[in-house]
Design a protein around this ligand. Structure first.
Ligand code: PRT
Ligand code: ZN
Length: 284
């Protein structure tokens, strides 16, 4: 029994999808150019597909699970379940208008033409905002539509914003925050659900490790209590005596978000020789 996973054949999500599998200890290095590849060390079979087709294949159980952008999942409206955010492929789907235009809210779009590759999401957005506008579906190069007079506004994916900028447009309103997610077929049999849970356990361990750093520091013993109080850690920090009798070595785990704040406080409290190292996997 093998779990069938669909990932993007080529494009923005391909490399990160392969990397995540690798970080989960799943090696599919051979055959990436084929339609299908098998992992040697996990019961999984990987299908390489266009991202737009992945929700349909998962709904139809041609694939059991898939890695795909949330934007595609919401646009395609297939009967699949989003199980886990994967932490890559981050972008947002936004309304954009010509730079000189004044967009205060969605009512700006009343009576206007909007070019997009996401007609379903845009239609829902307009309905929610009670706006009547014309949607022009185009499949690529949406950002040139206002410049050639095809539309007054566009709704497209944005990451750095440079594509909008280069086309004389500005981001007016974000409709959806998106990232790659793991989706599953709704009728997965028990044995496959168990395989999925094993994969999920690995993915979650990799994600947790990425958000955390391992920290080692030297502390004078008279400051130890103060320094330990600053460290959250997984349970409590490890404290080891140093050869120098007045000092100890303290080891702990810090979350990326609070990292710099805590480092500053540790230094102020007398910590020295602070080392910060990446964590590869984190099992809690
Ligand atoms: O061939 P296939 O159909 O599989 O690929 P595709 O061409 O449809 O998709 P691809 O590879 O471009 O994108 C795959 C997924 O990556 C998308 O569905 C999103 O979930 C995610 N993603 C993340 C992005 C971006 N960031 C992104 N910036 N997808 C597209 N873009 C485009 C955007 O459309 C615009 O043209 O990049 C441009 C904007 O980028 P900035 O940095 O200039 O703002
Ligand atoms: Zn696509």
């Amino acid at each position: 029994m093998k779990l069938k996973l669909a990932i993007q054949k080529s494009g923005r999500l391909h490399d990160d999808s392969i990397r995540l599998l690798k970080e989960c200890g799943i090696d599919i290095s051979n055959g990436v150019n084929k339609l299908k590849a098998e992992a040697t060390n996990f019961p999984i079979e990987v299908y390489f597909l266009r991202d737009d087709d992945i929700p349909q294949y998962v709904e139809d159980a041609v694939a059991d699970i898939g890695f795909v952008g949330e934007n595609v999942v919401y646009e395609k409206r297939k009967k699949v379940t989003v199980v886990e955010k994967l932490g890559f492929g981050k972008c947002r789907l936004s309304m954009a208008v010509r730079r000189g235009e004044e967009y205060t809210d969605a009512s700006f779009l009343n009576g206007k033409k909007i070019a997009t590759s996401y007609p379903v999401i845009v239609e829902n957005f307009l309905k929610e905002k009670n706006v009547i506008a014309e949607i022009h579906e185009i499949s690529g190069s949406v950002e040139i539509a206002p410049g050639i007079g095809l539309a007054d506004a566009i709704c497209d994916l944005v990451s750095s914003g440079s594509t909008l900028f280069m086309n004389g447009l500005k981001e007016a309103e974000t409709i959806l925050q998106s990232q790659a997610v793991l989706i599953r077929n709704n009728g997965l049999e028990d044995a496959k659900t168990q395989l999925l849970n094993r994969l999920l356990f690995r993915i979650q361990s990799v994600k947790k490790a990425k958000n955390n750093k391992y920290i080692l520091l030297n502390a004078p013993n008279d400051k130890l209590a103060e320094i330990i109080a600053l460290l959250p850690g997984m349970k409590s920090p490890t404290v080891l005596p140093l050869a120098d009798p007045g000092w100890s070595s303290v080891h702990s785990v810090l979350n990326e978000n609070e990292f710099w704040d805590i480092i500053e406080q540790l230094k102020a409290a007398g910590a020295q020789g602070i080392l910060v190292v990446p964590i590869e996997k984190m099992i809690v």
